[in-house]
Design a protein around this ligand. Sequence first.
Ligand code: GN1
Ligand code: MG
Length: 346
Amino acid sequence: MNARLHTLLLHYFNEIVILTVETLQSGLINSTYKSETSQGTFIIQKINQEVFPNIGELLHNKTKVVAYLQNHNFPTIEFLKTFKDSYYVDTEEGIWQVSRYISSCVQHKIDSPEMAAQLGGYLARFHSALTDFPVSELEITIPDFHNTEKRFNDLCASSTFASKERLLNAHKDIEYIKENFQSVQSIAVAIQKKTIPERVVHNDTKVSNFLFSENGELLTIIDFDTVMPGSVLHDIGDALRTGASTAPEDEQDLTKVAFNVAIYTAFITAYIKEGQSFLTPEELNAIHFSLPLILLEQACRFLEDYLRNDTYYEVQYDTHNLVRTRTQLHLFEHVKQYLNKQFNIL
Ligand code: GN1
Ligand code: MG
């Protein structure tokens, strides 16, 4: 790996010595490395071109949004430019990007209501900073990425492509999703119809995509691969999906997976407080659907991938995607009970 990364970095520096290389495992799609070098520490990423075949559009979105945020003094990551003035290197192996490493801690869940409030407020400011960015200038890099109804319909068609064995293993989960989908359907449709406004959003706001300093201060959001037109509800939901769960998304012991109400409340309260200047009544009315919507969507995605024999997400064992599905559904059940008790909405 060192030799390959060295060759790559020579597109950026005349001379460079690689001191260390570490593979970062938190993403499920791209290959990511952290490397200490004689020129500083970098994050080096190879983009998965099966997931992102239209790489030109992805780079267009990423570069434009990052530059826009920088011009509006919203702290974010910095991609390096090659000698040829390009933000990426095209090699036989694929497309690579290099950014400066930001000294930070990666969190996978939110530890306290204070941290939740910080995250909720930050996400609203991130959305707010992008409200004047013209949505039409962004490309749709993954069509129907957060089209929850389509994700559900694709799962319902699974008997046409899945093996008997996997269908049997997933039977109860498919039934559960079918029983519950109508509770989020009208919001999913409102997003598709744009009654809930289309904005520039991140689309992958799991907690590990936010960097914190050692003393818990939120530094920045990272991973702009899926920046696209979309709904703030998806970003809110995905941050809470990971943040308000007591366990990782692939926890095998479901007794460890619970919904943290204090984290949820602190996050939503802070988001609304910072976001009230730009949120529409439709968004505000639907805000409590964000989490159940994304939980069912992710369950559909993980389960469909399981039924397609794990061709999309990286898996470490045979039932990994099934395990991921079940944590989503377990959490959904907790969230549903809570939201019904509080607001009677699901
Ligand atoms: C993928 O690779 P990563 O971790 O950035 C996926 C997200 C999922 C996430 C689940 C392009 O993100 O949508 O929420 O896994 N990204 C893509 O962990 O599909
Ligand atoms: Mg991502």
